[in-house]
Design a protein around this ligand. Structure first.
Ligand SMILES: CC(C)(COP(=O)(O)OP(=O)(O)OC[C@H]1O[C@@H](n2cnc3c(N)ncnc32)[C@H](O)[C@@H]1OP(=O)(O)O)[C@@H](O)C(=O)NCCC(=O)NCCS
Length: 203
């Protein structure tokens, strides 16, 4: 039976593998495996964030989630401490696809979690992915439940995430089933319609 636990640095290869298949064609995926590995390692490193995995009976990573209880502090830390390395790791992708990446890189530099003032104190679910070969088997739910329990233990009362408004019915159904509801909408980079979804963590 698949088991969820906190990730270790040795899990990063498996996490990157799941990310690449779950988020095919997405901006972060385009930045390459070395970038992804560094990016996710920071969720292990920082005290306000967590990286969790779901592994199957053969100890293979089949799903993961990354979250932080202080998005603003966390992304500031990421930029200040690791910005130079992350910048170097994304250079090949920028050179290969300058038009696709440059605008998004500029947005990433300003990114602090897309939180509104009314969401102060909310944790951010930054990323969740399940390998396509095991989708629909309850692994995503297991990851969310583990995260919710961890957040409750850290006295966090609510969690939010951002996700696409369009062509995203399955993911929206997943979040709705897990108790998330629409908080607000915004336009990312002047073109991508996004929802902010929130979930209250009852004790
Ligand atoms: C979204 C994702 C994490 C869900 O993980 P999962 O393990 O497939 O989800 P679960 O099996 O736990 O599904 C739980 C519930 O969500 C809903 N759901 C999941 N997939 C669905 C689908 N394709 N269509 C409709 N509802 C769906 C169902 O209500 C399901 O409950 P049920 O099986 O009792 O009906 C996974 O599909 C994924 O990695 N997708 C690609 C990456 C992604 O979009 N991540 C989110 C970015 S914002």
């Amino acid at each position: 039976m698949p088991v969820v636990r906190q990730a270790q640095f040795s899990d990063l290869e498996g996490i990157v593998c799941v990310h690449k298949s779950a988020f095919e064609g997405f901006f972060l995926t385009l930045l390459g495996p070395r970038f992804l590995s560094k990016f996710y390692s920071i969720f292990i490193e920082h005290s306000s964030s967590s990286l969790i995995i779901c592994e199957d009976d053969d100890n293979k990573v089949v799903g993961f989630a990354a979250y932080t209880i202080t998005p603003d502090v966390f992304f500031n830390f990421m930029k200040k401490k690791h910005g130079a390395v992350l910048g170097t790791l994304m250079l090949p992708a920028i050179l290969m696809h300058p038009l696709q990446t440059l605008r998004k890189v500029i947005r990433a530099l300003k990114y602090r979690g897309d939180q509104t003032e009314s969401m102060s104190g909310y944790a951010l679910l930054s990323s969740i992915g399940v390998h396509p070969s095991v989708k629909g088997k309850g692994i995503g739910s297991q990851l969310i439940n583990f995260m919710n329990n961890d957040l409750r233990a850290r006295e966090v009362t609510a969690v939010y995430l951002t996700t696409d408004v369009h062509d995203n019915a399955a993911t929206l159904a997943f979040y709705k089933k897990l108790g998330f509801s629409e908080h607000s909408q915004f336009t990312q980079s002047g073109e991508r319609e996004m929802y902010r979804l929130t979930n209250t963590l009852d004790n």
